[in-house]
Write a protein that binds this ligand. Structure first.
Ligand code: GDD
Ligand code: MG
Length: 363
């Protein structure tokens, strides 16, 4: 069961027009990376627990399965929280199953995690990874035998017991559903894990790649890690030995520096520099003398001449006027139009459909 019911507020404006699981990451809807990963560990039956924009998730993925696994959807009448969503799916769940947060990019070894779960006789086994700043996550302190001594969701900085955090990938026994009251909003992290401490809650510590893609900075990091091969994904094969995936029909008059992914119909005019660490979606055009580096530009966007796009995300079907600079973690939502000679930087987020006249902003 994959939880995809959150609103993805921290990833706005990308998630203003589509739910987080189907936001394109490199060359496919984000959730496709998770499905690939699950399939590699023998998963062939997936329940998506949706809330916000459920229909959009369904449409982007399709009910049937060219994905190579069975896919079913559960829609919540209103957000039920992470445990409430699980309770709602109860009739569809087996005796033992995996539950996953729908916003993590990882290649954690679920097969070993399931083997450990079996060996310890746990009721719940949480995958754990070390992070530098644990305060945004569920922090776990383990006993010698791998059982959880303490679980604290989003501790304040003076109460952090260690740097191991819950990675949002759990092996669960169906019996834990007895602890979840029906028909109300309830958080598995805040209300269920604490009940299981000392009573069957175990941690599986991993040093695999792991990233929660839930903010623009981490979305960019995830993109770079995929195209640099820091995380094992199917994109690696597309990149080949030259670390460039350039679709047929791209017209390249400027320079492209790897790693980079350029989809069909991309046009790069003379004197433009694209890369390294760039993804250009289908039909993106980059004007003469423009520079694009460490950036994602989605489908159909047109960038004028003499522009600079660095450390930024530009969503689908935007227009960027000549000599404009989009840098410093800025994010343009779908269909934004930026006139000539603008500077958008310092994490600015421009919402879908906004039109800025020439020289309007120096953010
Ligand atoms: N169906 C459903 N209903 N899904 C939900 C709901 C809900 O009411 N609320 C959240 N989700 C989904 C989100 O879409 C996301 O995929 C997942 O549950 C986790 O929610 P986030 O909002 O992303 O939580 P977080 O990142 O702050 O914290 C969680 O993940 C961390 C790892 O990234 C917690 O599980 C932490 O303990 C964990 O460390
Ligand atoms: Mg998250």
């Amino acid at each position: 069961m994959i939880l995809v019911g959150g609103e993805g507020t921290r990833l706005r404006p990308l998630t203003s027009t589509m739910p987080k699981p189907v936001v394109p990451l490199v060359d496919r809807p984000f959730i496709a990376f998770m499905l690939d990963w699950l399939r590699q560990h023998g998963v062939d039956d997936v329940i998506m627990s949706c809330g916000f924009l459920a229909t959009a998730v369904r449409e982007a993925l399709g009910d049937d399965s060219r994905l190579g696994l069975r896919l079913r959807f559960v829609e919540e009448p209103e957000p039920r929280g992470t445990a409430g969503a699980l309770k709602l799916a109860e009739p569809m769940l087996d005796e033992r199953f995996l539950m996953l947060n729908g916003d993590v990019l990882t290649d954690i070894d679920l097969t070993s995690q399931m083997a450990q779960h079996e060996a310890t006789g746990a009721r719940a086994t949480l995958a754990l990874v070390p992070v530098a700043d644990p305060t945004a996550y569920g922090v776990v302190l383990l006993e010698e035998d791998g059982s959880v001594r303490e679980f604290i969701e989003k501790p304040s900085s003076d109460r952090v017991p260690g740097n191991l955090i819950s990675a949002g990938a759990y092996v669960l026994e169906r019996t834990i559903l007895e602890l979840v009251p029906p028909d109300r909003n309830i958080s598995i992290e805040r209300e269920i894990w604490p009940l299981l401490v000392g009573d069957g809650l175990y941690g599986f510590a991993s040093d695999s790649y792991w990233l929660d893609i839930g903010t623009p900075a981490r979305y960019l990091q995830g993109t770079f890690d995929i195209i640099e091969g820091n995380v094992t994904t199917a994109v690696r094969e597309r990149l080949g030995d030259d670390w460039l995936a350039i679709d047929d029909g791209a017209v390249l008059e400027g320079r492209v520096i790897p790693p980079a992914v350029l989809e069909r119909g991309v046009r790069i005019a003379a004197g433009a520099h694209v890369g390294s660490l760039v993804v250009l979606g289908a039909d993106v055009s980059i004007g003469a003398g423009s520079t694009v580096e460490r950036a994602v530009v989605l489908e159909g966007t047109q960038v004028g001449e003499g522009c600079e796009l660095r450390d930024c995300i530009v969503a689908a079907r935007c227009r960027v006027g000549d000599r404009s600079r989009i840098t410093g973690g800025a994010v343009l939502g779908e269909g934004v139009s930026v006139g000539a000679d603008n500077v958008i930087t310092r994490g600015a987020r421009i919402f879908p459909g906004v039109a800025l006249p020439d020289g309007a902003i120096e953010f």
